[in-house]
Each structure stands twice: as C-alpha cells, then as structure tokens.
Design a protein. Structure first.
Ligand SMILES: [Zn+2]
Length: 515
C-alpha cells in the first residue's frame, strides 16, 4: 500500500514537473514577446530601410542577406539557397506631372519591370481609347496613338468605396450609382471586345502603333488604393495613376482639353539575377531528421513596401524563431524557417524547396504558413488530413485563451490548391496549415496595392500571431508521435459532379521574366 502510494506520488510529481517545464517555455516566450518585442524594429528594418521586395531586384537580395545576418545575430544558422534565376530589374524614380492645361503633380508610378524613360522623361498628349464599331475601325484608329500616351483602363464614376456610399447615400442614389457603374463597365468590355483585342493584347498593339507610353489605373476599390502589378510593354513606360488623377485626365480628354503629361520613369535593366529562399534552422536533438517548418513568403509586389503582404508574415516567423531559440534552444525535432522567394509569381520558392528536398518533405511534422495580412489568426483548418483534429487541437490548447478564443477551427478541412506556400507542401502530402488572419480590409486596401505600408500594421495582432506560431512550433516539436498524414477521401464536386482530387505537386519557374 505504502509503496504503491509512493509510486503514485512520484508519478504524479514527474507529471507536474514536466507540465511546469513545458509551461515555463511557453510562459517565457509569451513574456519575452510581450515585454521585449522585436517586431517593430524588424518591421522598420525590412519595410522602411529595405523596402519593396520584387523578385530579381537588388532589394530582394538585400532582404535575403538581412534575414541571414539577423538570424546569425540571434545564434540561428541561416543561409540563402539559390533555386533559380529571374530578370533583374531595379525600380528608379517615378515622377508624373500634368503640364497642360495646367500644372499638377499626379499620384502614380511605373509598373514593375517597366522600361525606363531616362531622367529627362517623356512629355506628350494623353488620349483615351476610342469607341469603335468593329476591329477594322480600331485598326484605322490606331495611327492616332502615335506619339501619345494612351489611357487603357475603365473610367470610374466614383472614387468612394461602396461601404462609404452605403453609409451616406440615399438608398436610391446608391442603387443608381451601382447601375450606372455596371452599365459603363459592360460598355467598356463590349468596346474592348469590338477592337479585336483584350486588356493585355491591346498594349502590344498600341506600342507597335507608336504610342509613347501606357497609362492605366487598377483601382482597388478603396480610397486612394490601386493595385500595382507588372508592365507588359517592351520599350515604352507603363504607369498606373490613382483613380482621382486618372479620372481627371480622362475627363479632360473627353471634354476636348487635350491634356499633356510628363512622365519620368527611371529603371535599370540589370540582366539576370539569382533567386533564393532564406532558410534558417534550430537543429533537433532527439529527432533531428523530423521537421517543424515555419513558412512565409519573403517577396512582395513593389507598389508599396509589402507591409502586410508579406512583411507581417515574415516578421511573425522571425520573431517566433527568436523566441524558440531563446527559450527552447534544444528542440526535440528540427525547427526550420523558410522565407520563400517569388511566391507572387506562382509559389516559386516553396515549390523549389519541396522539389529539391524530397527526403525532408517525408519527415515533416507540420508546416505553419502565414500570408494574408496583419490581422490576428482567426481560422485554421485541417487541410484535408484525416487526423489533424487530434494533434492541431492538442497543440492549440497550449496557447493562451486570449489568442485561441478568436480562432475558428474546422476539421478535417480541405487541401489548399494554391494561394500561398502551404499549398506547395500540401501537394506533396506534407501536413501544412495556414494561419489565416482577420482581414483588416486586406483585399481592398493593402493586398498588392500602393498602400501596403508600415502604418497599416496592427502590432498587437502580429504579436499574438508570433506567440501563437512559437507555441504551435514548440508543441509540434515536443509531440510524442510523428503526426499521421493520412488524407481524407475528397468529396464529389457540386460543380462538376466528379470526385475532387488531391492537388498535385508542381515545378517552380526557375528562370522567369526573361521571355
Ligand atoms: Zn502574399
């Protein structure tokens, strides 16, 4: 009896000690993240100093080197792993002025990979696309593009987002505005179709006809927010103007005021640049060949500094690694972080990593990816892994209630077919999960826009995500068992009536932008 009692007591004591130790790691990480956060400083260095991180630019390479140096400062071995090449280009000054009928500096910039105007710039009249009867009429009109800047985007009748109309308009005028906008939109599309071109191919036609530049406006449906993607011109500049200024020029053209603009769009064509993933790891002690992977793409579009796409995901993973190294320096499994290159052009960095490390992919305990903005994590799903409920809920239960109470989980979920880097891993059968954020107007205001800047970061939410990520990584590493990667049987598609299939692994673009 006595012995048994003693035995039970000892067992009990051991359990308490283990629980306390585990707890101590978590408590220490939370305390450090809260009292000595490095997020603000990391954000500053990445976004204010380095800036946009377009694939193939010197700034992208600078960011990779900065990440390696930062990890090494923290005692975490890191390296840049080259996986391919991309057209090397560097954005220079964009400066756009209306010079007639009056002078006004305009809000806009050249698109990524736009050819340079040189420092003197180009001054010319601006015209809009004509309304045409058919492709023959458009062909006849094309000679008018010679020597002109041509505006190729749809005119927007309002620069106020719908939520603003909803708040202040009478219901009647809100309805009327939407109706007018819809009919203008369909007229624009119909006219484009009649030219015989689409919004992409018409650019080539205009350039061949001697236009001196393309003026577009890709409104993101928020005040002052435009999406900034890539140029399609070969020799002439392509610029995007914010809705307000685009609309003003458009009206000046339509009313016959013959506006002229001066565009300075400087850039450098630097040939070809290597592309990288930055990879850092804290080696596992007991199971070094099993991996817990923290994942966030590192590149961005370059209309702004890529603060929420994906600066925030990047600094979450860096801060989580710092916390883990400091309070959990000898993890059971290897904890690896991947800062992937060229996600924006098709998950290229992560696809390359998956393709190049098949032996690692088989031994992945879990991948945690973040890539949709500054918000706190609000949803997670089991990515189609049959037993994901067992381990994910166990790991999540170690995080503070103030964090997990916001997270809606769904199991077994479904495998992501794209969208972000977790899809590259899922396609290879590795349990990869997205830490999905509250949107904070992501789609309209920051995603791929000219407004994706440091001031949009909500650091309390980002801090919560860094703590959550560190705890999930810790729990996944400590788990007694390697997780099951058994997949669910996917349902029959409502749309096609066929059984859905698990996404298949795809090869990355290893030589891009060079056409
Ligand atoms: Zn992204």
């Amino acid at each position: 009896m006595k012995r048994l009692f003693l035995g039970a007591f000892l067992l009990c004591a051991t359990l308490t000690v283990t629980a306390q130790e585990k707890n101590a790691v978590i408590e220490n990480m939370i305390k450090e993240a809260t009292e000595n956060s490095q997020l603000e400083h990391l954000g500053h260095e990445l976004l204010d100093v380095i800036g946009p991180r377009l694939v193939g630019t010197p700034e992208m390479k600078q960011a990779h080197d900065w990440a390696v140096a930062t990890y090494e400062k923290w005692g975490i071995p890191a390296e840049n792993q080259q996986y391919g090449e991309w057209k090397a280009w560097q954005r220079g000054i964009s400066h756009i002025d209306m010079v007639s009928p009056r002078v006004q500096s305009l809000n806009g910039m050249q698109l990524a990979w736009s050819p340079s105007t040189g420092p003197k710039g180009v001054t010319a009249e601006v015209i809009t696309l004509p309304t045409v009867k058919d492709s023959m009429a458009f062909k006849n009109w094309l000679k008018n593009a010679k020597g002109k800047f041509v505006m190729i985007s749809e005119y927007q009748i309002t620069g106020r987002p719908d939520y603003n109309w909803e708040e202040f308009a009478t219901p009647e005028s809100f309805e009327k505005m939407k109706k007018d906008r819809d009919s203008l939109s369909s007229e624009f599309r119909e006219n484009m179709r009649r030219t015989g071109y689409n919004s992409r191919t018409i650019i080539e036609a205009l350039e061949s006809a001697g236009a001196v530049g393309i003026v577009s406006s890709n409104w993101s449906k928020g005040f002052g927010a435009n999406k900034i993607f890539s140029s399609r011109t070969k020799k002439i500049p392509t610029i995007d103007l914010e809705l307000e200024d685009y609309g003003m020029l458009y009206r000046l053209v339509e009313y016959g005021d013959k506006p002229q603009i001066k565009v300075v769009a400087e850039s450098k064509d630097l040939g070809v640049a290597p592309t990288f993933n930055t990879v850092a790891q804290i080696k596992g002690t007991e199971k070094p060949d099993e991996y817990v992977i923290l994942s966030a793409h590192f590149d961005s579009w370059d209309g702004a500094t890529g603060a929420t796409d994906n600066g925030t995901g990047t600094i979450v993973m860096m801060e989580a690694m710092r916390l883990l190294k400091k309070f959990y320096p000898n993890p059971k499994r290897t904890i690896l972080v991947g800062h992937w290159g060229s996600e924006e052009q098709g998950l290229n960095g992560s696809r390359a990593f998956v393709e190049d490390h098949p032996e690692m992919i088989k031994n992945i305990q879990a991948v945690f990816n973040q890539d949709n903005g500054t918000g706190r994590v609000v949803t997670m799903n089991g990515a189609g892994f049959l037993h994901s409920y067992d381990y994910l809920t166990r790991w999540l239960s170690a995080a503070p209630k103030e964090i997990t109470k916001h997270i809606e989980t769904s199991f077994p979920g479904s495998p992501s077919g794209g969208g972000s880097d977790n899809a590259s891993f899922v396609a290879a059968g590795a349990p990869a999960f997205n830490l999905s954020s509250l949107n904070w107007s992501y789609w309209n205001y920051t995603w791929h826009t000219n407004r994706d800047t440091y001031d949009k970061i909500v650091f309390d939410d980002v801090r919560s995500n860094a703590i959550l990520t560190a705890i999930l990584a810790y729990m996944a590493s400590e788990d007694d068992a390697k997780v099951s990667t058994e997949r669910i049987i996917l349902p029959v598609s409502d749309r096609t009536g066929k059984q859905l299939e698990w996404p298949t692994q795809r090869s990355p673009e290893r030589k891009g932008g060079l056409d």
